[in-house]
Ligand binder design. Structure first.
Ligand code: 5CA
Length: 157
């Protein structure tokens, strides 16, 4: 069992990265990008999906921060990252990151993750990401999020 609440871990990681965040616990579910957009009163495109993969050959875990309106184009990703990616199942995500699906946050993972951000997120002043639980979110400027997570910006489509 996790001793620290996942949302506390996200806040601590953000603070340590020089990114103070205001985590909002929503009364309704923010488990999916669509639900999060409705809860935050924003567009699906402004929701950051935090998706966990493994590099197909090396097995190295990867975190992709993807606009809620985009699907991951595996060919485009392989061209950027140099390897194909395999999706991780929910149990593996939980074990690796300490987050349950629907609450996976861009930072605060138990295991450090090579991180990449969808260039489409940069068109917005503010985006919303999960904060470690399927009802918790925070808003952030996309460039500040990229800096705090050490994300490389890539074209995902
Ligand atoms: N809180 C919302 C918005 S920030 C959120 O976490 N959205 S998400 O897109 O990042 O997380 C949901 C994603 O989890 C889905 O897009 C889907 O790719 C993935 N997912 C859903 N079910 C499973 C599962 N059983 N195993 C692995 N991944 C899953």
């Amino acid at each position: 069992m996790q001793r620290t609440k996942s949302t506390d871990r996200v806040r601590a990681a953000a603070t340590a990265a020089g990114l103070p965040i205001d985590i909002r616990a929503m009364p309704q579910s923010t488990r999916t990008a669509e639900e999060a957009a409705a809860a935050c009163g924003t567009s699906v495109a402004q929701i950051v999906k935090s998706l966990i993969f493994r590099k197909a050959e090396s097995g190295e875990p990867v975190l992709l921060l993807v606009s809620g309106r985009n699907r991951v184009d595996q060919t485009a990703v392989a061209a950027e990252i140099g390897e194909k990616l395999d999706r991780m199942d929910a149990d593996a995500v939980r074990e690796l990151t300490g987050f349950a699906i629907g609450g996976v946050a861009p930072l605060g993972s138990l295991t450090p993750l090579a991180t990449f951000m969808d260039a489409d997120l940069l068109e917005f002043e503010t985006v919303w990401a999960a904060a470690g639980a399927p009802y918790a979110v925070f808003s952030v400027a996309p460039r500040a999020l990229a800096k705090a997570t050490g994300a490389r910006i890539i074209a995902l489509r």
